[in-house]
Structures are given as C-alpha cells and as structure tokens.
Design a protein around this ligand. Structure first.
Ligand code: PMV
Length: 308
C-alpha cells in the first residue's frame, strides 16, 4: 500500500516578516504543489528520487517522523519519496509544503486520521528547525488552502469571494535563507523600535484593506497596496536592488502593483496584472531571462489518499 499527500505552496500578498512579530498578513495557497509518497520498507529511508535527499529539509523531516512515531506509537518503517514543483529558496513556502505533505502522508499511511489543524501543528516541528522562529503562516496556508488573513497564535480568518483572482509570480533566480533574513528584521526592530512599530501598524492596515479589495475584485486597488507593502519591506532591509528593479519593471509594463513575496533577499515577486495582460507580461519578463507563471486563487489545501 502507498499513502500519498499533496500540499500547495503559498504566496504572501501582504505582511511577511511583520507577521513574525505579530502584525496581520494575507496569504494564498498557489497551484504549485509538493507530493509525498510513503510506502512499505524494512526501515526508515528516503527514496532515490526524493528531492529531499539533497536539500536542507532532510533533518527537519526526520525530526517530524521521529516525533510522530513517539507521539502516536508506531515504528517508522517506510520509504518516503518527495517530489516538488515548488522551487526552493523562492519565497513560496517550499519547506512548509514539504513538512505539511509529509505529515499528512504519514497520517494517511498510519491511519491516524489527523485533521488539517493537527497536521499543521506537527509540520511546525520541522518548520521551527528550518526557520528558527517562523510565524506559522506558511504551514497554515499549505494545510488549510484558500486565502487566509493571519495573525500569529490566533485562529486564521478564511477569506472567501466569488470567482477567481489571477496573480503573476516572477522568480528572481536567487535563492536565500529565510532564517538569516528573519534575524535581520529582528535586528532592525531592536535598532529602530518606534519606526518599526509605525511600519508594523501600517502593514496590518494594508492587510485589512487588501482583504476588502480582493473580495470586491478591485484588483487595481489591491495592486497599489502591494506596491506600498514592497516599500515597507525595502525599509526594513529585506529587498535587493534586483527585486526593486523587478518591481519597477513590472509596474512599467502596466501591472497594477508588485512586491517581493516571502522572505526577500532574492526569491520571488508577486504582481497584480490587468485582466488579459498576463501572457504578454510573462513573455516580457521571460525575455529578461526570468521564470514567471500565472497563479489563480483560491487553491485547496493539503489532501491525502491511498494507492495500491
Ligand atoms: O520565504 P519563505 O517562503 O520562507 O516565507 C517566509 C515568510 C516570513 O514572514 C519571512 C517568515 C514567517 O515565518 O512568517
């Protein structure tokens, strides 16, 4: 028997970094997924095609397996294969998607019947060892799917709207470590507490306004909020000249707004694009040698099933 689970990546629409210190953030599950397969073996092993073997997710994944084995009383004798469409270090929550899909696949294999909230809680064990002090937004979005207005240690608010909304995601091609960038922001907050707190309040306000625009379908207004949020992220030192240039380029192409998404320092840029202009904007971006794709939201959260 094989247990399979699939979890989506995420894109933060507003509020990354500030969410680590208690501000509101808005994030959506995106179409790129991580798929984890768990099947019989004589001992715990990671299969040959598992991308995990080469990544920094190996140790946290082993931590999750061992903790679940202790907590739920099973011996972890299975082979784990992980296949990911989510580029690592791209600000799209690849580590959380791996941890959530892994937890869910183990739950399916061991018939633990864990619900999304319990899966997120177990997955956070791995997330903490990757990122240090994550807000939990990545795992929450991967687990629950859809669009969430999130505040640390508070039940996330699911945002619903009729129809679907399109975004464009552009990869900078530069990978970076989230943990280091979180430390940089923590230092900024200690150095400039007054300035930080003003920015943090504004960013929470951007999250609330972004919800209104997203729900009403005012994509132009939503875009403006993204660009404002990029300015706040630049102020706290997590943007780069390349990301600023990507944002400016996207705006010059007629996007309603754009910002870095995720931890910054490289990673990706998220843009709100006028209806019907997605393809032409993506081909302009690709001419500069960058990868880009459209993401349509909402997308469902983690799910698991069995295969013979
Ligand atoms: O770049 P990613 O996918 O690791 O996203 C990190 C988001 C942060 O807000 C910077 C960290 C967090 O835990 O919320």
């Amino acid at each position: 028997m094989k247990a399979v689970a699939q979890a989506p990546a995420k894109a933060i629409i507003t509020g990354e970094h500030f969410v680590v210190h208690g501000s509101l953030a808005l994030a959506a599950a995106v179409e790129q997924v991580v798929r984890v397969e768990v099947q019989d073996s004589k001992h715990l092993e990671f299969g040959a095609q598992s991308q995990l073997r080469r990544s920094s997710f190996l140790r946290p994944s082993v931590d999750i397996v061992k903790r679940m084995a202790r907590k739920f009383g099973f011996s972890p004798m299975f082979m784990i294969n992980i296949k990911s469409e989510v580029p690592t270090g791209a600000g799209l929550g690849s580590s959380a998607a791996v941890m959530v899909a892994l937890t869910s696949a183990i739950s399916e294999y061991e018939s633990l019947h864990l619900g999304a909230r319990e899966i997120i809680e177990e997955a956070m064990v791995g997330e903490r060892s990757v990122h240090g002090r994550p807000s939990g937004i990545d795992a929450a979005v991967s687990g629950l799917g859809g669009v969430l207005l999130y505040r640390r240690d508070v039940e996330p608010r699911r945002i619903t709207f009729g129809g679907r909304r399109k975004f464009v995601i552009v990869l900078s091609g530069r990978s970076r470590r989230t943990k280091r960038l979180i430390q940089k922001v923590t230092q900024f907050r200690a150095d400039f507490p007054g300035l930080y707190s003003g920015l943090a309040d504004s960013v929470s306000e951007m999250g609330e306004s972004a919800v209104e625009r997203l729900v009403s379908g005012d994509m132009e207004g939503l875009g403006r909020l993204l660009t404002l949020n990029h300015a706040a992220l630049k102020t706290i030192g997590v943007s780069t000249p390349q990301l600023d240039e990507m944002v400016d380029h996207l705006l010059s192409l007629g996007c309603y707004g754009a910002k870095l998404t995720g931890a910054g320092g490289g990673g990706s840029v998220l843009a709100v694009v006028p209806e019907g202009k997605e393809k032409s904007i993506i081909s302009e971006v690709k001419e500069r040698g960058l990868e880009a794709f459209v993401s349509v939201i909402p997308v469902e959260g983690v799910r698991s099933w069995q295969e013979p």
